[in-house]
Design a protein around this ligand. Structure first.
Ligand code: VGL
Ligand code: ZN
Length: 206
């Protein structure tokens, strides 16, 4: 059984959004086409879903510059992001051109004020779990194909955690865009090191 994980294809990460990822809109149609071409047993959309007082927003820390990194009390590093994907805002909604079916599952993350969550499996504290792993195991999923945004944050950490949870994991290079494209080579290397398969979507056969 195979699952497609579509990570954070939400207005705030797309063109005109508060945390716009360059060229992110280019992956919308290719993701839709992949769903038409291949029948995944399960499609899960992750949704970054922050309260407005979230710890990852620079606006909630006095004197911190946007995109700087601070060390939190629990010792984890935290990037100071612009306000994004605030619960119930337009920015947190999925892009209107993304194909969504009623059979798709939605997994929300980043809801706790004091914990950020890049991975769709768990918080950056490695403690707070989402329902992703339970959901995939319930549905008997063995192979996980990951796409969406951002390649160097949420897609990367989701792929790492998917592999660590025991799934055969595929990172689809052509169906993701990065906040820092210069980081991509290092991202691919770290994924390959733990045997996540870094592929293009045209090479998949289910
Ligand atoms: C993301 C930064 C902050 C992502 C989410 O979806 O990659 N990046 N929150
Ligand atoms: Zn976020």
């Amino acid at each position: 059984m195979s699952a497609l994980l579509i990570i954070d294809v939400q207005n705030d990460f797309m063109k005109g959004g508060s945390l716009e990822v360059s060229d992110a809109n280019e992956i919308l149609q290719p993701i839709n086409s992949l769903r038409d071409k291949l029948k995944f047993d399960l499609v899960v959309l992750s949704q970054d879903y922050h309260p407005s007082n979230h710890i990852s927003f620079a606006s909630n820390h006095t004197g911190e510059k946007l995109f700087s990194t601070i060390t939190l009390e629990n010792g984890t590093e935290q990037v100071m992001w612009p306000d994004h994907c605030v619960q119930e805002s337009h920015g947190c909604e999925f892009h209107k051109d993304l194909k969504i079916l009623s059979s798709d599952e939605i997994v929300r993350k980043g809801m706790e004020v004091n914990v950020d969550s890049y991975s769709a499996f768990m918080g950056n504290d490695k403690k707070t779990k989402t329902r992703m792993e339970t959901l995939l195991k319930e549905k008997n999923i063995k192979s996980v194909y990951v796409c969406g945004v951002a390649a160097d944050y949420c897609v990367f950490f989701t792929a790492m955690d998917s592999k660590n949870a025991g799934f055969d994991t595929y990172f689809m290079k052509d169906l993701t865009k990065a906040v820092n494209p210069k980081e991509l080579e290092s991202i691919y290397q770290q994924l390959s090191d733990i045997h996540v398969k870094v592929i293009n979507s045209c090479d998949i056969s289910l």
